[in-house]
Design a binder for this molecule. Structure first.
Ligand code: 6GU
Length: 259
């Protein structure tokens, strides 16, 4: 998969060289390209923003610069083939909340272009134009808080997608049971050596060899944790994936499910 990151602060993405190029890049899973948006400016001051129509605080990023930049990075891969899936992702606090299933879905894109805005955001016509031109456009948010720009959110999306690509994980089994995948439960707590840490001991069930009991214990802890810290997730579990024991545990945690 090719991933293009566009920003006026390309240096922001240095950490990806460690965490992403280190693994996915070496194995040729991800072709990561980092671009300085100002390379597509034409004026002496290399301007990328202007005052907002209608007034208000701050500056808005101009569509002309973004249009030229995005056209060019898409052109570099366009084969015109039917199987091409080219996605323009725009990080913004007003976007749809990014989820694991969105990251999973993006793993089959041919190219992911992430356009990182600063200031008050990017002129809305950029998203509108590429949508009308037949590209998938994803305006996404990484949570209900405000960052200074889209760069951190772009790294979040890049890592969330790249680690799901076939061949990225040393042990793909670790993808199966993790939080936000599969059942919709948060992960159970994990423990390793030593058996005693500052007088805290390992839960006894994990020391025995009763695999069914261990599985039940982990499932109960996952349910308990989900109900406590993410009641919204606990209420939207896939009812068909819940056993009688799961429902009993949920009930004890104050979450009732129809049988
Ligand atoms: Cl995607 N961008 C910015 N600038 N702030 C955010 C965000 C994105 N998600 C949450 N806050």
């Amino acid at each position: 998969m090719r991933i293009d990151l566009l920003s006026i602060f390309p240096d922001y993405f240095a950490p990806l060289e460690v965490s992403l190029l280190g693994k996915a890049g070496e194995h040729g899973l991800v072709d990561l390209r980092i671009h300085d948006l100002r390379e597509w400016t034409h004026d002496r001051h290399r301007s990328v923003d202007d005052t907002p129509y209608g007034g208000g605080a701050g500056m808005v990023m101009m569509p002309s610069v973004w249009g030229e930049a995005i056209d060019e990075v898409f052109e570099e891969t366009g084969t015109g083939g039917q199987s091409d899936r080219r996605v323009l992702a725009i990080p913004t606090p007003s976007g749809v909340p990014l989820t694991q299933s969105m990251a999973q879905d993006l793993t089959n894109a041919t190219q992911l272009v992430i356009a990182c805005g600063r200031y008050e955001g990017i002129d809305q016509r950029v998203a509108e134009h590429y949508r009308e031109a037949g590209f998938e456009v994803l305006e996404y948010s990484i949570g209900d808080y405000v960052l200074n720009g889209g760069e951190v959110a772009a790294m979040v999306l890049t890592e969330a997608v790249a680690r799901l690509l076939d061949g990225f994980m040393g042990n793909p089994d670790s993808l199966v049971e993790e939080s936000h995948s599969g059942a919709g439960l948060l992960e159970y707590p994990v423990f390793t050596k030593p058996r005693e840490f500052r007088s805290l001991e390992i839960p006894g069930v994990l020391l025995g060899g009763n695999h069914a009991a261990i599985e039940r214990w982990r499932r109960d802890r996952a349910i308990e944790k989900t109900a406590r810290v993410r009641p919204d997730l606990a209420l939207s579990l896939d009812a068909s994936s819940l056993t009688r024991e799961d429902r009993a545990m949920l009930a004890r945690c104050g979450v009732a499910y129809p049988r």
